[in-house]
Design a protein around this ligand. Structure first.
Ligand code: SAM
Length: 290
């Protein structure tokens, strides 16, 4: 692996903090992260932010194909050169913003569920992850590197200070495990904090039976928008279709104490609240019609 420093200086490129550019410089760490994907020659990989190709090359050696999606135009030609120099012909380098890319199109083109890989740019890591959850019909599993703080929030259990919307969303649809921790000295430039690699295996889609998923995501967004409020106050502030007193009744029916905070509730509680919300808002709509 040619070091990112050498590739960047060879093309007169300086890293951009605004794009979350901290390039992985350690080939063993890169190999280890890619191994956690469990790739075989039939897998199709989407790599988010390939940069100078630290993860792209080992992934391409193990998978059928890699789609490498990079937003920084300065890195596109250097990456293509690196791929060519490694003798690999199974990488498509796409000059695109991941937030404007629908990976379901790649899934349809590939004809099989994707493996998503990335040392994610920290400034949009949580948006990328939530987008992946929404589009998970296209994804089998993901191995993603985050700043430690976000990795902890993702994996936090109910009752934990770090447990929030993103933890509930992931627990709802996937099995998670933290598979590696990396120190700042393995990157150029060095980030200020440690990084963690999380492996995410999505459960069969759509799953969760009668759950209205759009409602579920709206519900957890409102529930955690104001963490200090009780669940009743948070939901009645965010979801105003039913009154505060109706929310109280609904929560009791769903088996949830209205004065607890969202961080004490698990996925099952939120699913229950959704079911009762649908029943109650449905019967209110019928009453209004009559
Ligand atoms: N994968 C490389 C590595 O491990 O050395 C680079 C990782 S660096 C933390 C994040 C990469 O994501 C950078 O190459 C950056 O340009 C790219 N990036 C930032 N925002 C992006 C976006 N919206 N869409 C696609 N790539 C993006």
């Amino acid at each position: 692996m040619t070091s990112p420093r050498t590739i960047l200086s060879g093309h007169d490129i300086s890293p951009k903090k605004s794009l979350g550019q901290n390039f992985l410089c350690d080939p063993q760490a890169a190999e280890m992260i890619v191994r956690k994907c469990g790739l075989s020659k039939s897998d199709v990989v989407v790599e988010v932010g390939p940069g100078t190709g630290a993860l792209t090359l080992p992934a391409a050696r193990q998978a059928a194909w890699v789609y490498a999606i990079e937003t920084d135009g300065r890195l596109i030609e250097p990456l293509k050169e690196t791929v060519r120099a490694a003798g690999l012909d199974n990488v498509t380098v796409l000059h695109r913003d991941i937030m404007k890319t629908d990976i379901r199109e790649i899934y349809r083109e590939a004809g099989r569920k994707l493996v998503v890989l990335g040392n994610l740019p920290y400034y949009i890591s949580s948006q990328i992850l939530m987008d992946l959850v929404e589009k998970r019909e296209a994804v089998d599993r993901a191995v993603l590197m985050f700043q430690q703080e976000l990795a902890r929030r993702i994996a936090a259990p109910p009752g934990n200070r770090e447990y929030g919307r993103i933890s509930v969303a992931l627990r709802y649809c996937a099995e998670l495990s933290t598979v590696a921790r990396l120190k700042p000295n393995l990157f150029f430039p060095r980030p200020g904090v440690d990084s963690e690699v999380v492996r995410i295996v999505f459960r069969p889609w759509p799953g969760n039976g009668d759950c209205d998923e759009a409602l579920f995501f709206a519900m957890i967004k409102s529930a955690f928008a104001t963490r200090r409020k009780t669940i009743k106050n948070a939901l009645s502030a965010g979801m105003t279709k039913i009154s505060a007193s109706a929310w109280e009744e609904l929560l009791v029916r769903a088996g949830v104490v209205p004065t607890v905070r969202a961080e004490t509730l698990d996925v099952g509680d939120f699913l229950n609240i959704c079911r009762h919300y649908k029943t109650m808002s449905g019967s209110m709509a019928r009453e209004e019609k009559q």
